[in-house]
Design a protein around this ligand. Structure first.
Ligand code: ADP
Ligand code: MG
Length: 386
């Protein structure tokens, strides 16, 4: 039994005075390529982190929901299932409560739960601590109440919880990654029909590493900038007469951009989304061909597009990318929604120490908060631990 599992189980027993019926875990994720494509019906390619949310859960029959996080100050939060209402809760409890709300809204007979959880996924770092929280609770309730929902269906319900209950307009990537990823693989996900392919992604076997650099700049996902980008993409699709930007053919991009005339802002957004979808397909092709090192420049191109066209980077993320590349990285880019959060760096194993030091030195020189650098190994998706 892992240490986290033991701690969460013991924490549950101490709080609620009984052993939990089970213990589950769900990981955070990092997106290899395919940013801001998931709400445009496009492609994404996340893989699961070794960092997880672990939850001990038992059923209740009295319509009450009790929630506790080892990582948040304050005691048990107790809610009545009948009182759960969208956007009624601005605290962390909105994520698990939203999942219960979404399950019940969809007609599933959930009659209450006691939940105690703890997470090693850094919060607000663009690594999807929120999806880990949602998915771990959804999987626990699916098992305990024998709902028989498939992983992709749980992901959908979790997305609904985050969009409607929490009020954060995010796409389907984070929840699907947490629910469906497999160790040693990246998940090639078509966000239009939710079809998935597990693509072998084992960098260590080829002498490479993937670093995650958490800039410690907290992004605000539900903030206005994200909403503006989303609205701009919808406007672009409307102007081009397509259902979603996914439907703009990469080979016809120039023609499409011409048709947008002097809508400069929309043009930049469209150019990013269409080229980004093409980059995901290129990365899939390169990995399938065993040409892993060649994905480096594609990642770096993706960063330039997010910085210059989509305009969601920030000085800290740009500094990671520029410094890592100058220190010999094969490729680097911001990952996640942007405005802070994390960057990823693809590097030869032999260069990892020098790159890490270069990034840390550059942050110190710039007067930025020291970044957190760790290696990301493609890890398992959500699972029942006990
Ligand atoms: P991200 O998903 O990129 O980490 P979000 O803003 O989407 O960032 O989600 C972060 C929020 O998730 C936190 O503000 C908090 O409400 C909740 N959260 C994350 N981890 C925990 C935890 N261990 N315990 C309680 N709440 C958590
Ligand atoms: Mg999130």
């Amino acid at each position: 039994m892992g240490a986290a599992q033991v701690q969460v189980r013991q924490g549950f027993a101490a709080l609620y005075g009984a052993e939990p019926e089970g213990v589950w875990s769900a990981p955070g994720r990092v997106n290899l390529i395919g940013e801001h494509t998931d709400y445009n019906d496009g492609f994404v390619m996340p893989f699961a982190l070794p960092h997880t949310a672990v939850a001990a859960v038992s059923r209740r029959t009295d319509g009450r929901l009790r929630l506790h996080s080892a990582d948040v100050e304050g005691g048990i939060v107790e809610l009545s299932l009948d009182d759960l209402a969208p956007e009624s809760d601005k605290n962390w409890t909105a994520y698990p409560a939203g999942v219960v709300w979404a399950l019940r809204e969809a007609g599933h007979p959930v009659t209450g739960a006691d939940v105690h959880l703890s997470s090693t996924v850094p919060s607000g770092a663009g690594l999807s601590s929120s999806a880990a929280l949602e998915v771990v609770v959804a999987l626990a309730l699916n098992d305990l109440y024998e709902l028989g929902l498939k992983r992709w269906q749980l992901a959908r319900l979790c997305q609904r919880a985050e969009n409607v209950y929490v009020g954060a307009p995010t796409g389907i990537m984070d929840q699907t990654a947490s629910a469906c990823c497999e160790a040693g693989h990246a998940l090639f996900l078509d966000t239009r029909d939710l079809s998935q392919r597990q693509i072998p992604f084992d960098l260590a076997a080829e002498g490479m590493r993937l670093l995650v650099v958490d800039t410690q700049v907290k992004h605000a996902h539900s903030g206005g900038e994200y909403g503006k980008r989303r609205a701009g993409c919808e406007q672009g699709a409307d102007l081009l007469g397509v259902h979603a930007l996914r439907d703009v053919d990469h080979a016809e991009l120039d023609t499409a951009l011409e048709r947008l005339g002097d809508e400069e802002e929309v043009r930049r957004l469209v150019r990013h989304v269409v080229t980004e979808d093409a980059r995901v397909e290129r990365v899939v092709d390169l990995l399938k061909a065993g040409d892993t090192r060649a994905i480096g420049p594609v990642l770096t191109e993706g960063h330039a597009s997010l910085r210059d066209d989509f305009r969601v980077s920030c000085p800290e993320l740009d500094l990671v990318v520029d410094t890592a590349l100058a220190a010999g990285a094969l490729g680097a880019r911001m990952t996640g929604g942007g405005f802070g959060g994390s960057a990823i760096v693809l590097a030869e194993e032999a260069d990892v120490v020098a790159i890490t030091k270069a990034v840390e030195d550059a942050f110190a020189t710039a007067g930025f908060t020291a970044p957190r650098v760790f290696e990301a190994v493609p890890s398992p998706g959500a699972t029942r631990l006990a």
